[in-house]
Design a protein around this ligand. Structure first.
Ligand code: PLP
Length: 385
């Protein structure tokens, strides 16, 4: 089976991990800081805080934005569960903004009108999680304008978009989002096995994020309520978690970061190749968002179902049966039983729901060969014609 995504781990990556394994620090050591500094530099961000996964990163980013009970978090329904769940972890309400039928990202104009309504109802969101779906940012310029006008915090969920850029600057630089979250799960652009990171330019957010990832503890006398008792002393000043990443993972992440450009270049090449090879088929292909240069985590096609004899499910199953490990990103989050129990129903976000009945993610990862890609295209062609 050709998988839809796969990590690329080479001998340099292995050596980097083994080196840490033989060092004094398996966790809470110096490699984490090196990983953070390297990523901050690469993204032109002031601060980076590494944690055990992107879900934890989203959680503490929401807490750092002071999200809590009585507040609202908005996000897109076309995302992984974590982009919405982070609001629920904080006790906030979650609502969704439907997607742009062309880019499949959260639609900034739908957001604008929903905000007008929310202002009238006195239910404005405190946090917007703007997901860079498939690796390309939303219309962040427009979203940042709206954030300013309606005073909400933008968290860019760039789990798909490590190595992407927007408006000529790296995703994560903080020009259009207060905080940016990355995932280093093996299917994503670079991996630390499990791992995540929050980038920000605001020192007060960085400080809060560092504290929240480790039990709400501080050793900084400036953050303490009374003078230090001595060199052993720490204080817990709020409720935090153990969301730390290990040095082993950070070593893998740091080593992979050195290969990021190579990964993204190959993903872009493969994506361009898919677009060329699939152009004649009854498919709707990905469209570039203005200003965004995608990292191409996913290559999604939409079936033009009126022009195809097989159903969406039959095409999907046909590809799997042929050894093509396709996937579907995403089941609309609001239709999950947990969210239906909170009052959402079919018909709430028609663009995301329609997308779900047509979308298929094709295999895309740096080690995918041209020959394997030709095999994928060949099976797709056979099924669609
Ligand atoms: C993968 C992913 C996450 C969660 O990442 P983990 O590191 O597995 O916690 C969150 N949001 C999106 C959009 C993702 O794709």
């Amino acid at each position: 089976m050709i998988p839809y995504g796969r990590q690329s781990v080479d001998q340099t990556d292995i050596d980097a991990v083994v080196e840490v394994l033989q060092s004094d620090w398996l966790t809470q050591g110096p490699t984490i800081e090196r990983f953070e500094r390297a990523m901050a530099e690469r993204c032109q961000a002031g601060f980076a805080v590494a944690v055990c996964n992107a879900t934890a990163a989203l959680h503490i980013a929401c807490l750092a934005a002071d999200l809590g009970p009585g507040d609202w978090l908005w996000t897109t329904p076309n995302t992984f569960l974590a982009s919405a769940n982070c609001g629920r972890y904080c006790g906030a309400g979650v609502d969704f903004v439907d997607i742009d039928p062309l880019t499949w990202n959260l639609d900034a104009e739908v957001l604008a009108s929903k905000l007008e309504q929310a202002e009238r109802d006195g239910k404005l969101p405190k946090v917007l999680v703007a997901v860079a779906f498939s690796g390309q940012s939303c219309d962040m310029r427009r979203i940042a304008e709206l954030a300013e006008r309606y005073a909400f915090t933008v968290i860019e969920d760039a789990s798909h978009a490590v190595g992407a850029s927007y408006a000529g600057r790296p995703v994560g630089c903080g020009e259009f989002a207060a905080m940016t979250v990355f995932s280093f799960h093996p299917v994503k652009i670079i991996t630390s096995a499990e791992g995540g990171m929050v980038l920000t330019n605001r020192p007060e957010l960085a400080e809060r994020l560092q504290r929240l990832r480790s039990h709400g503890m501080t050793r900084d006398p400036q953050q303490m309520s009374e003078p230090s008792h001595g060199p052993w002393y720490y204080q817990q000043v709020e409720l935090g978690f153990n969301y730390r990443i290990t040095d082993l993972q950070a070593a893998l992440g740091l080593s992979q970061l050195a290969r990021l450009d190579e990964f993204v270049a190959r993903r872009r090449e493969l994506a361009a190749r898919y677009s060329r090879l699939l152009a004649h088929l009854p498919l709707t292909l990905p469209v570039a968002q203005v200003q965004a240069e995608s990292a191409w985590h996913l290559y999604v096609v939409r079936l033009q179902t009126g022009r195809i004899n097989l159903s969406h499910r039959q095409v999907f199953e046909g590809l799997r049966a042929a050894g093509v490990g396709v996937n579907l990103h995403y089941i609309p989050v609001h239709l999950q039983p947990y969210y239906r129990d909170l009052g959402f129903a079919e018909g709430d976000f028609p663009q995301a729901e329609r997308y779900y009945t047509e979308a298929i993610s094709l295999p895309l990862f740096p080690l995918l060969s041209d020959e394997q890609q030709d095999t994928v295209v060949g099976h797709l062609q056979r099924l669609l014609q």
